[in-house]
Ligand binder design. Structure first.
Ligand SMILES: Nc1ncnc2c1ncn2[C@@H]1O[C@H](COP(=O)(O)OP(=O)(O)OP(=O)(O)O)[C@@H](O)[C@H]1O
Ligand SMILES: [Mg+2]
Length: 439
């Protein structure tokens, strides 16, 4: 069932329940009020009647006093215990005299068969005579008025329910419309038509959901784009060495390369095969870092030891390139990391530095504002500003680059260690990489 229909039904049901309870309460109240009112009216009529009795007007003309209203009354004499005057059947009065106490002025409803009566009793000059004037009205008359009032009330309620239902339908539609529009935008996301996704006007929580949907679509788009680039770059990177190998292999088979040329070809083939192996291994590692949970084995490690091990491993490469490595350790902080993986990340960054440095690479470990920082900088040519934002993506490489996977692997490892990495220009002239861990 549509949300709008559900909301309208819920509202209307609630309204009907409330109105029904109110109606029941009003229905019983009406009769009480009518009885009270009738008693007061009988009292007033009685007072007027007694005044006329005192002025000795012919008692048979009561009827004329109140127009054509047929008065139901009798006068009872307490001394003689007889009814002096009556407009009611005798047996009815007899029955009442036997069952009710006429001396009480506050009377309940008097019964006679199925009929009930509202009663008002007034004393007629209490100092001289012991006579009471009794006026009655059948309850049926009042109940008729009650029913009449009630049916009008129900009519007004029905009109109210109608108007409120229309109003609630309009209000819920305003509420539901943004959701319906959002549904269409989600359909576009499902079909990956990200360019066609439009913003939906909404307020409150729906606005927050809309914002999340919009952000999610953008993120998904970015992810799909990066996957697309990754496959393009990966196939390109794998195809180039394969074509070189194929060229040399076919040349040697067909006798185009002879002796030295053939030896040289075989060497190139081995080198390219090694390069292929390296790319494939790095791609596998990246995929594992992305998806495998237990590839990462944490332990408490002294960060100073990680720096020293890095320098030890980098020394042969540095001396080959005639580059000096300086390192400064300013803290003995321990962190929970996978040592081997972190060493690998450090080596990727340091060996990049050695490859691009003119004369030296500087490594620093220090603490700053509840953060542990490692910086690796060199005095080489540095990195172009335009390249910096994508530097950590897969297969992004500049001049003197190799496979372009090193920094992507480093970032994946550092992020798994709850750290972050950024690149900047170094005061030495080259690039500066900063790794940050929160304490
Ligand atoms: N210290 C640096 N100075 C100048 N450029 C650098 C430096 N470090 C990285 N780069 C640039 O960033 C690119 C990406 O580096 P990355 O380590 O990801 O790949 P790579 O070194 O080319 O290949 P590999 O996968 O073998 O590490 C490099 O190709 C290089 O152009
Ligand atoms: Mg590298």
């Amino acid at each position: 069932m549509k949300l709008q229909t559900q909301l309208t039904i819920a509202f209307t049901t609630l309204l009907i329940i409330i109105m029904s309870i109110v109606s029941i309460m009003i229905y019983s109240l009406i009769l009480d009020v009518l009885i009270q009112n009738e008693r007061e009216q009988l009292q007033e009529k009685g007072d007027i009647l007694i005044q006329f009795l005192m002025s000795e007007v012919n008692i048979n003309n009561f009827g004329q006093l109140f127009g054509d209203e047929s008065l139901q009354l009798f006068i009872y004499d307490g001394n003689t215990e007889q009814v002096v005057l009556s407009t009611l059947p005798e047996n009815l009065i007899q029955y009442w005299m036997e069952n009710y106490d006429i001396n009480k002025y506050d009377q309940p409803l008097w019964k006679a068969g199925d009929e009930r009566y509202v009663v008002s009793i007034l004393p007629i000059y209490p100092d001289l005579l012991d006579q009471e004037l009794v006026l009655v009205t059948p309850l049926d008359d009042l109940q008729e008025v009650q029913r009449d009032l009630f049916s009008r009330l129900i009519f007004i309620f029905l009109i109210g329910i109608g108007i409120i239902s229309i109003l609630s339908h309009y209000l819920t539609r305003r509420l539901v419309t943004p959701l319906t529009k959002l549904k269409y935008q989600l359909k576009k996301i499902e079909k990956r038509k990200f360019d066609e996704v439009k913003r939906v006007k909404a307020t409150g929580e729906i606005k927050e959901v809309e914002q999340s949907v919009y952000d999610m679509a953008n993120e998904l788009n970015r992810y799909i784009q990066s996957q697309h680039h990754f496959f393009q770059n990966a196939s390109h990177e794998l195809k180039t060495p394969l074509m070189t190998i194929q060229g040399y292999a076919e040349g040697i088979r067909d006798g185009i390369f002879e002796k030295e040329a053939s030896d040289r070809g075989l060497e190139v083939m081995v080198a390219e095969i090694n390069r292929l192996k390296k790319i494939i291994n790095e791609m596998i590692l990246l995929a594992k870092l992305d998806s495998e949970e237990n590839i990462y084995k944490e332990e408490k490690v002294k960060m100073a030891d990680v720096i020293i091990s890095t320098v030890d491993r980098a020394l042969p490469l540095a001396s080959e390139k005639q580059v000096k490595i300086d390192h400064y350790v300013e803290t003995d902080v321990m962190l929970n990391v996978d040592t081997e993986k972190l060493l690998r990340a450090m080596m990727n960054i340091v060996s990049n530095g050695i490859r691009h440095a003119t004369s030296k690479v500087v490594i620093r470990l220090y603490k700053e504002n509840q953060q542990v920082k490692i910086t690796v900088e060199d005095d080489g040519e540095g990195i172009d500003k335009e390249m910096m934002p994508q530097l950590f993506q897969r297969f992004i490489k500049g001049k003197n680059g190799e496979t372009g996977l090193g920094l992507a692997i480093s970032r994946a490892i550092i992020e798994r260690s709850n750290g972050s990495i950024s690149v900047n220009r170094s005061t030495l002239g080259g690039a500066q990489f900063t790794i940050t861990f929160q304490l």
